[in-house]
Each structure stands twice: as C-alpha cells, then as structure tokens.
Design a protein around this ligand. Sequence first.
Ligand code: F6R
Length: 598
Amino acid sequence: MCGIVGYTGKKQAKSILLSGLDILEYRGYDSAGICIEENGAFALCKASGKLERLREKSQNHVFSGTCGIGHTRWATHGAPTEENAHPHLSSDGSFSVVHNGIVENAEALRAMLKEHGFSFRSDTDTEVVPQLMQYFYRGNVQEAFLKTVKMLSGSYALGAMSTYEPGKIFAAARESPLLVAKGADRCFVASDAMAFPLEDLQIYSVEAGELAVLSKNGVLFQNTDGEAITKQPIQVERECIQHDKSGYDFFMLKEIMEQPAILAKLAQTDMGKLSLSDELVQSVRCVHIIACGSAYHAGLAGKRFLESLAGVPTFVEMASEFRYRSPILEKGDLVIAVSQSGETADTIAAFRYAKEKGAATLSVVNVLGSTLAREADGVLYTDAGPEIAVATTKAYTAQVLVLYQLSLHLAEKRGRISLEESQKLKEKMKKLPQKAEKVVKQAEEIRKISEEIKNVNHIFFIGRGADADTAAEGALKLKEITYIHAEAYAAGELKHGTISLMEEGTPVIAIATQKALYDKMRSNIQEVKARGARVYAFTPDAQIAREADYALYLPDTDEHLGSVLAAVSLQLLSYYTAIGKGLDADKPRNLAKSVTVE
Ligand code: F6R
C-alpha cells in the first residue's frame, strides 16, 4: 500500500528518494512522485503507473536539492492519475505533503477551505493537508503543521515540507506506521524500515500525538502541545531486499522454496521463552484469533490445534469485522493477532479494541519491531525473513507452525498432554521440513497441472477438516495472482448447494491429507465426478489418487501438519498458473503487500 520516503542531509535527495521508493515498490502502488526543495521553491515530479515512468520523467530536471519527500500511492480517493499522485502542494506552492491513510473528514475540510478561496487540483483526501498548512501559516511552519494535524480525523502518516523553512521535514502519524531515522548529518523518514539505507542509523517510531521535525542536524520530537519529548530508538529488521531474488525469476518462487529451511529453523523454537506469564497460559478461558486474508486462514489452522491439543475454545475472527459485532471479551481471554507485516490496519484496529477491553494480547508477526509486535503483551516471531511477493507464502506456513507450537506449549502447561506425547509430536514436527523439501521438488509435476487449469474461468477447491482451511488458502492464492475465479468449499457442504455448479469439465482441486476423513473425501470426489468434474487430487493416499483424474502425491505426515504440505503445493500451483498466463506473480493487480487502510 502507499509508501512514504523522505530525506534531508548534505547529498542530493533525488537518487536517495528513488532508491527508497524502489524498495517500497513491493507494497503495491499505482502512481508515484517526488518533491525536492530547491532554492526556495519545490521541484515536483509525478507519474502514474510504474516507478520506471517516474524515473524517466525525473530525467528532465536536474533536482539539485538535498531535502525531499517521495511517495508511492495505492489509490483510495480518486483514480491513479498523475494529478492524484503525491506529493500534493498547497495553492501557493509553499507546502508539500505526502500521506498514507485516509483523512475521513476531507470533504468537510475541502468545503471549509473552498469557502476561504482555496481551489483544488486533485480528487484526493490528502490535498486538504498542504492547503490547511497554508491556511494556518502565520510565520511558523511547525505551528501550522500541528494545527493541521489536529483538524484531521481518520488515519495518517504524514511527511511535510515548506519553502518557508528549507531543509526540514515535518512528520506525524496516527494509526499508520511511520519511522524516522537519524544518521550522521542526515535524517530519513519512511513508512517501512526497509526503505532506509543500510547504514548506521537510530530508528524511532512516530506515535499518535507526536510530531517529529527532521533536519540534517537531527530530529526533534514534540507532543501536540509543542513540548519536547525524549524517545528511545527501536529495533527493526533491515535487510537489503532490493534485487535479491537469489537467481529465481520471481520473489514468490524464491519465498516458496525457502520454506523447508524456515520450517526447520522454526521447529527448533523454544516456546519456554514465551513472554506470557505461566499463570495466564494456564488460566486462559478462550482465545480469539484476529487476522486478515491468509493470516486468517492460518488462524483457522490455529483454532484446530488449540482446541484439539490444548483444549482451549478458540474463535477466529476476520479483523475487519471484529469490532462491529460487539465481541464478548472477558477476563481470562487471550487475543492473538496474526500478521506477516504487523501493520495491517484492520488487524491493528481490532487488536487495540481488544486491548482496550482488557484482553491479554499476543501477536504472531513476521516483521521485527512492527506495530503489532510493539503493542502486544507477548510476541511470537515467525522469523521467515522479509517477504516481498505480495501473495504470502512462507509467512503463512510459518504462522501455522508457530500456532502449532504454541498449542503444544499450552497443551503441556495445562496438563492436556503428557511430556512424552508432546515430545512425540515434536519429533514428527521436526520431520516436516524434509517433507516440505519433497513437495518443492515436485515443482515440475505441479507445473503440469497448472498448464491444464491456466485457461479455465472457474475452479473449486475442496477438502474436509484442516484441508477445508487449506482449500480456502489455496483458492485465495489462485484468485490473487492468476485472476481465475476460485471457490473453496468444505467438501461435505457441496451437496447443500454448490454442487449445482458442477458440469462437464469443471475443475476441482481435492485436498485430502486427513486419514480419518479419507473415506468421506472419496465419497465427495465421487459426487463431483458423477456430475462431470475433472478432479485433481493433492493427497498422500493411493486410493484417492486412483479415483482422481490427476494426482499429486504429497508426503504422508502427522494429521495436524499434512495440510501445511498441501498449502506449499498449492502455492506452487498458483505460481506456475500465473507464470503460464504471463502474469507478474510478485505484483498482482490492485493488491498491496501491507494493507494500511481499513
Ligand atoms: C494473501 C495475502 C493477504 C494477507 C493479508 C494480511 O496472499 O498476502 O491476504 O495475508 O493482507 O496481511 P498481514 O499478514 O500482513 O496482516
């Protein structure tokens, strides 16, 4: 989703801003721009579409300035045009602003500003911000910025500059991540730590109610009353991700292939270090898992583990819905937020709501130092390394494995399983990476299936038990990156309605890793075949494989973890289908990696 970068220092800002935007590209965007202050005026360059266009356009101007801001925009208010791209300037050209989030009262502010003679160039909510700064300016930019921020409702991360005070960037944030970094003779601002150069920097998070003023001499933090505040630097993950596809054509394939190694590392995790008190672990009344998209599907797997192993009633909630149905949260409830980025706006909002209601909180996140990691009572890192492809792969399987280990830990601590039994399950879990390795080695087999399905318009994914959750994840992945309409169904539910859609040649992916459900799954496969469906079975079971039109043999494993292996094979299926269709597997249309608006 939208990305912010800013730099003030001694070097020319242009290439620093463009490099930062390059790195933020993975978040998803549809236009971009930079604004650099030069000799008391702003030089602005914006382009719709890919960053290459911005790079090309920016060749037409020298851009000698050393202080600037840049932005990648994922359209919310107004089409992805050049006019709507950020940075936005005030009417008199003396204020320039980049913004992530949504100004919810933009319409009212626009109307007020128009009454005072301001005219607007874009359809964005953001344009009110530089205009308000101009409106409030009485000789002090910081004051104008503070007054502006106080007028805004909704979420924002803002970077602003003014020609009245060259060399300074003003930053503020609410419910949208924003980091500032201080180096020798330079400061940076960005919505994602990865956009900072890999040099010695002190990094700070800008929290609600705070204002940061950056100059080449350092950064000053203030509260909204203008009083100076002292902040501690934070630890965040910064790796050079820019061109590191390790020889693969796409990050998605690289990330799929990394899974055996990540699962092996995670299988060694010591849950004894869990920062929740033993008392809480033993007394948890019920768990609410809140998450979005694939992380929600990982949550569904978590529910099965927590209930079957630890005996803890578990509810899995789509974070975007959680607050709107008056959830019952009581003492002894544990809320677990599951998120790769740790910055998903819906998940953060649901999580904060649960915290306000007094629930204990735990987050299962991938990005070190992200908002959900910082704000939870306890954190379990999925430790999968930076995930760049928009569609999650390695972070998803890592989430499932971490939730499995958490469930084993709770089961032990609560006396639901003996140490011996737990040890046996852990031994089986340690074999999972080898088995995942076998799955990724079947890439060519999977690619052949992708050739068969790449031109269909609709496809069904079915499974029972844990495989029904994996079916949902498989369908999401396929829709996301291949644009094929895919529908996931609990196989036993088909006959209650959806089976009416089966006709000659309808492709059905049948996932069957749960031994106890093989017989039932066979019946469901027969039901769809009888109506003409073409069935592709993903299973370790020879009999199911024989009944299908095409089978991909999965390694046999523990009933709890078989669906992880199925998920890996389905990721490869989506990847090869996208490639077969000539699509960009890393950057599917309309999607963003980090969804920072609700
Ligand atoms: C699907 C996908 C999304 C994310 C969802 C949550 O492949 O990547 O559905 O899972 O947007 O994102 P995080 O995990 O960052 O909270």
